[in-house]
Write a protein that binds this ligand. Structure first.
Ligand code: NAD
Ligand code: UDP
Length: 312
């Protein structure tokens, strides 16, 4: 099978490509390298079953593929807010191009949507039926509303044109290969503790998130893609932690002497987030297997290798 992975040079995309290549699939990786890097896919460059295309999905492209995993979109608030209009274009125009491609070549289309479609939720934990509470004019809306439109487009191409879709809503995912300057909380705290800098907790740290290790997430992707269910489906680890708890955990793990400091809470920062994964359990028999402590150890090792490697 020839499989297109948009955003394949990014954090999750490159782990997905590793799994697909190990299965013996032919993989086409498409990326504009905004937040992705060639280093993430370097080991496949000389493999005849791997192809890399530098392309921006806001421009159309013609390819022949059997499946499309559509992940291209910056995921960290810092990066998606840097050029919000571009983020909307990527989510709306880019997703439309990829759905048009899927329609033309009759490929199965998988959308990497997000828990952000629930906004700052007033239902807890979040089930797929919950319709969300998103501020449509706030600083996160280029991403949240962009992904909501991407879901709408997917379901409309499905109803109107018979495109075979799969939609997942990803909850906070972490692991090796996140960028050192990614700006999301797990990588920030790990990099700060390793560099002996203060860990920056935004607000009072009482807001919660649920953190999924990347290999668990990728397993869920592949199971949904190859199932008969279209979604939407939550994928995430239901273990819920306050941000202060996470800071203390990483502090204890890396550098008990590191300071924890408090910075202003960004606008529209969701207060709590935990996936209800009943649907994934029932439909796919999927649930996460890597507890936070183990996933953090693996992630810290990767950052330590990179940061200490750079010093030499
Ligand atoms: P990432 O930033 O590491 O990866 C995104 C990739 O898309 C990068 O390689 C980037 O260069 C590429 N890209 C961005 N805009 C593009 C464009 N216009 N054209 C072509 N390529 C483009 O982020 P990630 O964490 O790997 O996230 C991957 C996907 O999963 C994203 O769609 C994101 O919204 C979704 N997601 C991630 C999380 C998470 O916790 N990591 C949570 C929810 C949803
Ligand atoms: N956060 C923090 N310190 C940081 C980075 C993030 O306290 O250095 C907080 C942020 O305000 C949010 C949570 O951690 O409440 C998760 O932030 P992230 O950007 O990782 O993801 P998202 O807000 O999109 O879930």
């Amino acid at each position: 099978m020839r499989i297109l992975v948009t955003g394949g040079a990014g954090f999750i995309g490159s782990h997905l490509i590793d799994r697909l290549m190990a299965q013996g699939q032919e993989v086409v990786c498409l990326d504009n390298f905004y937040t992705g890097t060639k280093r993430n896919i370097l080991k496949w460059m000389d493999n005849p079953y791997f192809e890399l295309i530098r392309h921006d999905i806001t421009e159309p492209i013609r390819l022949e593929v059997d499946q499309i995993y559509h992940l291209a979109c910056p995921a960290s608030p810092i990066h998606y807010q840097y050029n919000p209009v571009k983020t909307i274009k990527t989510n709306v125009i880019g997703t439309m191009h990829m759905l048009g491609l899927a329609k033309r070549v009759k490929a199965r289309f998988f959308l990497a949507s997000t828990s952000e479609v629930y906004g700052d939720p007033d239902v807890h934990p979040q089930t797929e039926e919950y319709r969300g509470s998103v501020n449509c004019i706030g600083i996160r809306s280029c991403y949240d509303e962009g992904k909501r439109v991407a879901e709408t487009l997917s379901f409309d191409y499905h109803r109107q044109n018979g495109v075979d879709i799969r939609v997942v809503r990803i909850f906070n995912t972490y692991g090796p290969r996140m960028l050192e300057n990614d700006g999301r909380v797990v990588s920030n705290f790990i990099v700060q503790a390793l560099r002996n800098e203060p860990l920056t907790v935004y607000g009072d740290g009482s807001q919660t998130r649920s953190f999924c290790y990347v290999s668990d997430l990728v397993e869920g992707f592949i199971r949904l893609m190859n199932s008969d269910h279209i979604g939407p489906m939550n994928l995430g680890n239901p273990g819920e932690y306050t941000i202060l708890e996470l800071a203390q955990k990483i502090q204890n793990m890396i550098n008990p002497g590191a300071e924890i400091i408090f910075k202003p809470l960004p606008e529209d920062d969701p207060k709590q987030r935990q996936p209800d994964i009943t649907r994934a359990k029932t439909w796919l028999g999927w649930e996460p297997t890597i507890p936070l402590d183990q996933g953090l150890e693996l992630t810290v090792k990767d950052f330590r290798d990179r940061i200490e490697g750079n010093k030499q």
